[in-house]
Design a protein around this ligand. Sequence first.
Ligand SMILES: CC(C)(COP(=O)(O)OP(=O)(O)OC[C@H]1O[C@@H](n2cnc3c(N)ncnc32)[C@H](O)[C@@H]1OP(=O)(O)O)[C@@H](O)C(=O)NCCC(=O)NCCS
Length: 178
Amino acid sequence: MREALLGGRVQLRPWQRDDVEALLEHADDAAVSRGLSTRFPYPYTRADAEAFLAGEIIDLSEPVFALLIDGRACGGIGVQPGRNERRYSAALGYWLGQRYWGQGIMTAVVAAYAPWVMAELGLARLSAQVMASNPASARVLLKNGFSEEGTERQSVFKDGLLHDMRCFARLRTLPPSA
Ligand SMILES: CC(C)(COP(=O)(O)OP(=O)(O)OC[C@H]1O[C@@H](n2cnc3c(N)ncnc32)[C@H](O)[C@@H]1OP(=O)(O)O)[C@@H](O)C(=O)NCCC(=O)NCCS
């Protein structure tokens, strides 16, 4: 997928080793890491960026993309597909550099990526978990056809606190051949 969105200003493409400087510029931010898993730490060091770009943190062979604005990586989106009896499901994750928040960018990116990745991987279910303290991410999902299914209470311990996780999913009817 090499999608150009928002009039061509925003693009998605696979991560490249030379994205390290751009990644550091936007990822090393407590406000970004706050809503994410501890695989996305703060401080976010050069070693963290290099390990990520080498595919040591998450599997970059899956549809995991850098989000580019005006040609420079400043965020990411990807899925972690399920295996075996979970093979028709995948979990969605995304982030954007704080400088670009509140402009509708992630809403537009998820609008393009979610249907594409569900068709590409033959998924019946795309799920996402959002900390209760992250209403912006919940809005992105609700504006993109995800339904809220419930809350995993006190399921995540991060930054010294237990967090409730709000569970969202978007469904797709599988073709008869699946
Ligand atoms: C979550 C995140 C991706 C949102 O990206 P974004 O491009 O700023 O999102 P958008 O501008 O497309 O949409 C944000 C929506 O949230 C709303 N919003 C923002 N702050 C809010 C708040 N405190 N309470 C309620 N709604 C809020 C906005 O008004 C907007 O909704 P609207 O269009 O109905 O007005 C971005 O903040 C981010 O990367 N955060 C850090 C990483 C993260 O949390 N990732 C998600 C993990 S589940």
